[in-house]
Design a protein around this ligand. Structure first.
Ligand code: CTP
Ligand code: MG
Length: 225
């Protein structure tokens, strides 16, 4: 079926403490929003990119990319999961029941085209996500903050985006209680799906706290070396 991208961008960026939502901060002369969307738009197989923005967002309409032929904006929701669900409704209307969707955080402007290619080239009947094996030793804590056990690091991955799923199944999975749903894969897992993990790159950071900005500038410059 046709391929779409969904980009949740209706967050307020509380942890960034920037006074404006972090997706409108500038890196190397362009907003984070423009970096992210230009990378997705440069991937030709994507029919269109559905962006979930806040109802009262005054920054989005000022960006030239907002009127791009392959960009469609919808109103976001209370949570990231709800924003994704709102955008999926648009994908299903436009692309039909056979559509597949790449869900990607607006706050990850450093995603590499080569990683999007890897994700789409993976075995994907059950969906697939970009991820990274952890490098630290991981402890399972008890209620008293003492260690219960040390997990087998070999089996632990960090989840990144994009995450690739059939749009209709993901829309269905994102109903009911969304409190514990922090990515698309977790919603699919509770429906019994077993999405594949595809190794991405560690520069695909989610810009979250102030110190991520200089780090993002460093990675951005390095990508163009
Ligand atoms: N997002 C969204 N709708 C929400 C909350 C978040 O579309 N109700 C989006 C954000 O805009 C971001 C992505 O989901 O692109 C990942 O969320 P996060 O990094 O947590 O961004 P914020 O929620 O904006 O940041 P914070 O949690 O620090 O407030
Ligand atoms: Mg958040």
């Amino acid at each position: 079926g046709p391929l779409y991208a969904v980009v949740p961008a209706a967050g307020v960026g509380e942890r960034m403490q920037a006074g404006i939502p972090k997706q409108y901060l500038t890196l190397a002369g362009k907003t984070i929003t423009e970096h992210t969307l230009q990378r997705l738009l440069s991937f030709a197989p994507i029919e269109s990119v559905v962006v979930a923005v806040s109802a009262d967002d005054p920054w989005w309409p000022t960006l030239p990319v907002a009127t791009h032929r392959r960009i469609h904006a919808v109103t976001g929701g209370e949570s990231r999961a709800q924003s994704v669900r709102n955008a999926l409704a648009q994908v299903l209307m436009d692309g039909g029941e056979e559509a597949w969707v790449l869900v990607h955080d607006m706050a990850r402007p450093l995603v590499r085209l080569s990683d999007i290619h890897s994700l789409l080239a993976s075995t994907q009947e059950q969906g697939a996500i970009l991820g990274l094996p952890v490098v630290d030793t991981i402890k399972q804590a008890a209620d008293d903050q003492c260690i219960d056990t040390t997990l087998n690091r070999e089996t632990i991955w960090r989840a990144l985006t994009p995450q690739l799923f059939p749009a209709a199944a993901l829309y269905e999975a994102l109903s009911g209680d969304l409190a514990s749903v922090t990515d698309e894969a977790s919603a699919m897992e509770r429906q019994g799906w077993r999405p594949a993990l595809v190794a991405g790159h560690s520069d695909n950071i989610k810009i979250t706290v102030p110190e991520d900005l200089p780090l993002a500038r460093f990675y951005l410059a390095r990508q163009f070396e």
